[in-house]
Design a protein around this ligand. Structure first.
Ligand code: DX5
Ligand code: ZN
Length: 211
């Protein structure tokens, strides 16, 4: 069954503790943390202090999606704050192979995210050491954007590239019950969703609808 990782970007930031506990009850599979630096993307969110503050309220894995220009300098911050997976953007890593090694050296799982305009070929020579691939189906920076249909072909290509490797294929941006079925058919095994999980307030029903 496909895994659902709610993005805290769409949560009530004044009540993060409650939001986390409600996601636990709603049977989320992981918590997706959108870290934005106002530089790689035109928006700012939160940093390791917030991640550390919410860590005690769930056992679910934390996937820190670093939408920052200098992820290498921040890996240790998020490891210490309690991240389980750190996902970096291929577009900003001069030595992607080394960054993946650095994440593993901190004892965490390593993910690589691709912007919509970035080709999947950039993953070819790091596939053997990757734990997660995050296909962006919107240009990162904001929640509530429209799903980009042209990324379906990329998801299917990456599914083939992965072959028998134990890599999670995750998709992020504009996921709703309709786009979710297309993305699943193309081979995704994890869906990141902000708006579609939080809207209306019935998180369990929303998560079920996405599965
Ligand atoms: C976009 C973020 C996404 C976003 C998803 O920059 O990486 O995780 O919060 O939000 P929705 O599901 O509303 O598109
Ligand atoms: Zn994200």
């Amino acid at each position: 069954m496909v895994k659902i990782a709610p993005s805290l970007l769409a949560a009530d930031f004044a009540n993060l503790k409650d939001e986390i506990m409600r996601l636990n009850e709603a049977k989320a599979d992981a918590i997706h943390l959108d870290i934005m630096d106002g530089n790689f993307v035109p928006n700012l969110t939160f940093g390791p202090c917030v991640v550390k503050a919410i860590r005690p309220y769930t056992k679910l894995p934390f996937d820190a999606h670093l939408m920052v220009k200098n992820p290498d300098e921040m890996l240790e911050w998020f490891a210490l704050a309690g991240a389980d997976i750190i996902t970096v953007h291929a577009e900003v890593c001069k030595h992607l192979d080394k960054t993946i090694d650095a994440i593993h050296a901190l004892g965490l799982k390593a993910g690589v995210a691709l912007n919509p305009s970035t080709t999947e070929n950039t993953l070819e020579y790091v596939l053997d050491k990757l734990d997660l691939i995050l296909v962006m189906t919107v240009n990162p920076g904001f929640g509530g954007q429209n799903f980009m249909e042209n990324q379906i072909a990329k998801i299917a290509k990456i599914r083939k590239l992965i072959g028998h490797r134990n890599i999670i294929l995750s998709v992020d941006g504009g996921i709703n019950p309709m786009s979710a079925s297309e993305v699943k058919a193309a081979g995704a095994d994890m869906l990141v969703a902000g708006t579609a999980v939080f809207e209306g307030g019935n998180y369990a029903a929303n998560i079920k609808a996405l599965r």
